[in-house]
Design a protein around this ligand. Sequence first.
Ligand code: AMP
Length: 116
Amino acid sequence: MMTTHCLFCRIVAGEIPAQALYEDDEILAFRDVNPQAPIHFLVIPKKHIPNLFEVDMEDAGLLGKILFTAQELAITEGMGKRGGRFVFNCKTDGGQSVDHVHLHVLGGRALAWPPG
Ligand code: AMP
């Protein structure tokens, strides 16, 4: 039963396994399969939105929920004291490889800035 070509929609549908950290009717958080830091997870809307340029005001509540869930999970994962990074890669110059809005949460080590 393949519903879509979008990788993250397929994770939402349960067609591809993921290590979930949180799920409700609107959002899903799961560990990144190729972690770039000791802590690296993604928070996504279940609704398919290709990137951050495609959200509008009616998505404001959804985006707020994504951010607050990221904050809560980051604290649970142990990032509350030293912090970390919350990143939306967007389109070509942002290096976005999966065209479904996702917030990266990275921590557990000092992260370099600026990005390469
Ligand atoms: P981006 O490059 O910002 O689009 O990020 C996409 C992220 O999705 C990358 O960090 C990938 O490692 C991650 N990713 C790709 N496939 C999976 C998967 N099946 N489960 C979890 N994370 C994935």
